[in-house]
Design a protein around this ligand. Structure first.
Ligand SMILES: NC(=O)c1ccc[n+]([C@@H]2O[C@H](COP(=O)([O-])OP(=O)(O)OC[C@H]3O[C@@H](n4cnc5c(N)ncnc54)[C@H](OP(=O)(O)O)[C@@H]3O)[C@@H](O)[C@H]2O)c1
Length: 189
C-alpha cells in the first residue's frame, strides 16, 4: 500500500483554505488532482467531503474521517465512514490523502506509520480570492514535516502560477509504478 498526500498551498503562508473554500480557482489544479486520484481511494475529512460538488468525486472511493459514528454519506457503495485514523495502518490498497488541514496534519505529523510515502506538493504563487470570508486554514506543520522528512524526486514543474514538487519520504522504499504514474499525470497537460 502506498500512501500519497496531495495538496495545493499558498507559497507565502501555506494557506490551503479560507472558511470551507479553496481561495483560488485554477482549472489545471483541479484537473491535475482529478488525473492523479481517478480510480483510486481518496481520504478526506468531513468538512472537505462536504465541500466536494454534490458530496462526491466520480470514479473514486472516498473514505471520510469523522468522529460521528452515524455519519450519512451520499453514495454508500463508494463512500465509507472512518472514525479512527489507525484504520489506515493496515489498509492494503493505495490511498490519496486529500485534506483538509486537520487530515493532512494527522498523517504528516502523527504516528510515523501513517506518514505518506509520497507528497504531491503544489505551491500556488498568485493572489487569494479577496471575496472569501472566514478563517484562513494553513498546513504549516505539514510543510515543516515535509522539509524535514522528505526529499524532492523530480524537478519543479510549473504551470498556471503553480509549482508542483514530487516529494518522497527519506530512507523509505517507494513503489516506483505509483511514482511514475503520478509524474506522468503531472506532466501530461
Ligand atoms: N488547497 C487544498 O489542497 C485543499 C484540499 C482540501 C481541503 N482544503 C481546504 O481545507 C479546509 C478544510 O480543512 P479543515 O481542517 O477545516 O477540515 P477537514 O480536515 O476537511 O475536516 C475536519 C473534520 O475531520 C474529522 N476529523 C478530524 N480529525 C479526525 C480524527 N482524528 N478522527 C476522525 N475524524 C477526524 C472531524 O469531523 P467531525 O467534525 O464530523 O467529527 C473534523 O471536523 C477548507 O478550507 C478546504 O477548502 C484545501
Amino acid at each position: 500500500m502506498t500512501k500519497v498526500a496531495i495538496w495545493c498551498r499558498h507559497e507565502n503562508d501555506n494557506v490551503i483554505g479560507i472558511g470551507s473554500q479553496i481561495p483560488w480557482h485554477i482549472k489545471s489544479d483541479f484537473q491535475r488532482f482529478k488525473r492523479i486520484t481517478l480510480g483510486n481511494n481518496v481520504v478526506a475529512g468531513q468538512s472537505t467531503y462536504e465541500s466536494f460538488p454534490n458530496r462526491t468525486l466520480p470514479e473514486r472511493n472516498i473514505y471520510i474521517l469523522t468522529f460521528e459514528t452515524d455519519y450519512q454519506v451520499t453514495d454508500p457503495e463508494h463512500h465509507f465512514v472512518v472514525n479512527d485514523v489507525n484504520f489506515f495502518k493496515d489498509f492494503e490498497e493505495d490511498i490519496y490523502i486529500s485534506g483538509g488541514a486537520s487530515i493532512y496534519k494527522l498523517f504528516m505529523t502523527g504516528d510515523s506509520k501513517l506518514m505518506p510515502d509520497i507528497v504531491v506538493d503544489c505551491i500556488y504563487k498568485g493572489d487569494l480570492n479577496p471575496d472569501l470570508t472566514g478563517n484562513k486554514v494553513d498546513i504549516t506543520p505539514c510543510v515543516e514535516s515535509l522539509n524535514k522528512n522528505y526529499r524532492q524526486i523530480f524537478p519543479d514543474f510549473d504551470l498556471d502560477n503553480i509549482t508542483t514538487r514530487v516529494m518522497v519520504r527519506k530512507g523509505e522504499f517507494v513503489e516506483q509504478s505509483v511514482l511514475k504514474k503520478i509524474i506522468l499525470e503531472i506532466t501530461n497537460v
